[in-house]
Design a protein around this ligand. Structure first.
Ligand code: CTP
Ligand code: MG
Length: 223
């Protein structure tokens, strides 16, 4: 089936704190968004839609030949909807954060194969390594541990997240602005969300520390 990868890249990167929006930050000689687009495996035969800040649409078109570039909105979900509107008639839609530029090919193929096999919503997930505690505000200024969460049943979820066209449209038809990912919107309208193996290289660049780590990874010839 025809695949379209929608890349929301219209955020400002407030937590990263660089002088340019996050997708346009340099990663060892090339921008994050260029690396992200180039990293999509050609074997998918996918069309690509990139959603950027309005004032960077022309710049993005120069950087990304062969890619459909459209302006985004105030919230991530607004940008995703702008991408959906530009995605044409593709029956399998992937939504992939620009901020995950090193996502390996096997993650893309696992997501596409699972959607093609009939799963309406599919996310990559990795086990959680830290011990996680649920906390409540304490009376003396320190937080109080309410309980330890069983991490065996938790997954840290990445992108690309894959959907049938019908499922993604339905998920975004009713967006009250609370979900932090597209699968969260799908869950809220009762669409089953399935998990395939993610990968540490699909890590998201959020903070200056993440950028430091990912620059080390890109600079490493073995990868
Ligand atoms: N995004 C978007 N449109 C928005 C907000 C976010 O397209 N209005 C995109 C970002 O560009 C990023 C992805 O959604 O590729 C994940 O968002 P996040 O990591 O939060 O990026 P930013 O919103 O740019 O960062 P911050 O929240 O620190 O400002
Ligand atoms: Mg954000």
């Amino acid at each position: 089936a025809e695949v379209c990868v929608i890349i929301p890249a219209a955020g400002s990167g407030t937590r990263l704190g660089e002088p340019v929006p996050k997708a346009f930050v340099d990663l060892c000689g090339r921008s994050i968004i260029e690396r992200c687009v180039d990293n999509i495996p050609a074997t998918l035969g996918a069309s690509i839609v990139v959603v950027v800040p309005t004032d960077l649409v022309e710049r993005a078109r120069e950087l990304l030949p062969g890619v459909v570039v459209v302006p985004g909105g105030a919230h991530r979900s607004d940008s995703v909807r702008a991408g959906i509107a530009a995605a044409g008639a593709a029956q399998i839609l992937l939504v992939h954060d620009a901020a995950r530029p090193l996502t390996p090919a096997h993650v893309f193929t696992a997501v596409v194969e699972a959607v093609a096999a009939g799963h309406r919503a599919v996310v990559p997930g990795v086990p959680v390594v830290d011990t996680l505690k649920q906390v409540t505000p304490g009376s003396d200024g320190l937080e109080l541990v309410a309980r330890t969460v069983d991490r065996e049943e938790l997954r840290a979820v990445q992108t690309p997240q894959g959907f049938t066209r019908e499922a993604l449209l339905r998920a975004h038809a009713d967006d009250s602005g609370l979900a932090t990912d597209d699968a969260g919107l799908a869950e809220r309208c009762g669409i089953p969300v399935h998990v395939v193996p993610g990968d540490p290289l699909a890590m998201k660049i959020t903070t200056p520390w993440d950028l430091r780590i990912i620059r080390d990874v890109v600079g490493e010839p073995a990868l």
